[in-house]
Every structure is written in C-alpha cells, then in structure tokens.
Design a protein around this ligand. Structure first.
Ligand code: PEP
Length: 262
C-alpha cells in the first residue's frame, strides 16, 4: 500500500450470508472493537435484505455501506432486480460489480459489467470493479491480456474525473474461496500491471491515485504480507469477513506503517 497517493480500503463481501439478526450482532461487535488508530477505509458489502438494518447500525460510524450487485436500469420490469438509484436512496456508498461469481454463475459479460459501472457512477455510487483470471488462463499466460481487456471494456465511457470514485479489485478466480491466496509477489505484480493499464487508458494521476485491492483467500494470517506490496491498496474479503475478529485483524494489518523503502 502507498497511503501518500491513495486510500487503503478493506471491503467485506458477505455474499449470500447473514440474516438481519446476524448483521446486527456483527456490526455491534465490529464497532465496539474497531481500533482508534485505524488507517484504512472499511466497507461492508451486505446482502440486499440487510442493507436497511446495516445502514441504520453504521450511521455515524465511519464504516461505509456497500452492496454486492445492481441492475443497470433505473426502474422497470426487471423482476427480482435492484437499481443503483434504490441503493443510493438507502445510503449505500460502494457496490461490487463484475465479481467472478456473478460473471460465471449469472452469465455477466464484460459489456454488462460496463453498463453496471456506468449506472453506479450515474447514481453517485463508488463501484468496486472486480477483474481476474482463472487457473487455465494463468497457466496459458494470457492473464495480462485478459485483465487489460476486462478493465478496458468495464471502464469504457468512464472519465478520468469519474475514476476518483472507482476502486479496482484484482481477484484471481483460482484464489477465491479456495483457501489458497496468491502470493504477495503475484498479487503485487498484477496490481502494478493494472496501474500500468490505467496509465495507458487515462494518465499518471489516475494510475497513481486509484485504489487497487487484492481479493482471494485474504485472511488474518496473510493480510500483512499481501498489504506490504506497494501496489496492493487493501483487500476485498469473502470468507474471513464473516467473522468480526478476523476482519478486525485484517483492518489492523492495513493500519500498520508502510514498509521503509530501501
Ligand atoms: C470474494 O469472493 O470476493 C473473495 C475474495 O472471497 P474469499 O475471501 O473467500 O476468497
């Protein structure tokens, strides 16, 4: 991480977990134990049905509320869907877009991801845009091209000014929910490559100031080493974020001083 140029953000992705009562219990425990010296942004991306209760409990807490998906239209005949305007109305600040589970299980294409990024920005939300390769793509050596393509399409029509509100999460699919994280070097290398892509698509300011998270089996044990990488500006955390103690330990790791340059 490099706090001089960009914000470090720890975001929890609860996926399809936690009832309203469990949400209340979690937020109360997190708020009680949150370190005073924390030096990172914290976002809880909760299921739609927990947004109202989480929003109420997070008021005046400096923990931001996030969602895990949205529909790109404002309103209309889209049974079961939720729009960006509806999320903004509930004080949601961040929204995960293009998670690999949405891409693979719900057939979300890069073009759909782009429409969702646009809808989020138009409603004043901050997208957490997920990109990443699967194991075959990594082994074939096509991950750099694939990630560049995912980013280029997802950010089509997004201005340099709007990039101030975009967070990118590098999430190698082979590391998500497997317990096998990328090594710090692998995570750092791809996050640095993403910064280069942003430089080519935009400019040095956007490349330097965009928060790029790593996600994929980040936990209380490996977070410090992953976050030591200069280009890893936080984490998107699934499994470990379901336990407030583990999330707190990751927040602590993200609040340490940056490593000295040698
Ligand atoms: C995720 O789904 O975004 C994620 C990183 O999950 P996990 O931490 O469980 O790998």
């Amino acid at each position: 991480m490099n706090r001089k140029y960009r914000k470090t953000i720890i975001a929890a992705n609860w996926k399809m977990n936690k009832t309203a009562a469990e949400t209340r219990d979690f937020v109360e425990r997190l708020r009680e134990a949150l370190p005073r010296n924390r030096r990172c942004g914290i976002v809880l991306c909760v299921p739609y049905v927990d947004i109202a209760i989480a929003g109420k409990l997070l008021r005046e807490s400096r923990i931001s509320l996030g969602a895990q998906n949205l529909h790109w239209e404002d309103h209309g005949p889209y049974t079961g869907e939720v729009s960006a305007a509806m999320l903004a109305d509930l004080d949601v600040k961040y929204v995960i877009i293009g998670h690999s589970e949405r891409r693979s299980l719900f057939c979300e294409s890069d073009l759909v991801v782009n429409k969702k990024v646009r809808a989020a920005l138009d409603a004043g939300l901050r997208p957490i845009l997920c990109v990443g390769e699967d194991l075959d793509q990594r082994q074939l050596g096509v991950a750099p091209e694939l990630i560049a393509y995912q980013i280029k399409v997802a950010l089509a029509g997004v201005s340099a000014e709007e990039m101030r509100r975009v967070v990118i999460a590098y999430e190698p699919i082979w590391a998500i929910g497997t317990g096998v994280s990328a090594t710090p070097e692998q995570a750092g290398e791809v996050c640095a490559a993403i910064r280069d892509i942003l430089h080519k698509l935009y400019d040095a300011r956007v490349a330097r100031s965009t928060t790029i998270q790593y996600g994929g089996s980040m936990n209380e044990k490996n977070a410090a080493a992953l976050l030591e990488q200069e280009d890893v500006d936080g984490g998107l955390i699934g499994t470990a974020s379901l336990d407030p103690e583990k999330l707190l330990a990751i927040i602590q790791a993200a609040s340490q001083d940056e490593p000295e340059e040698c």
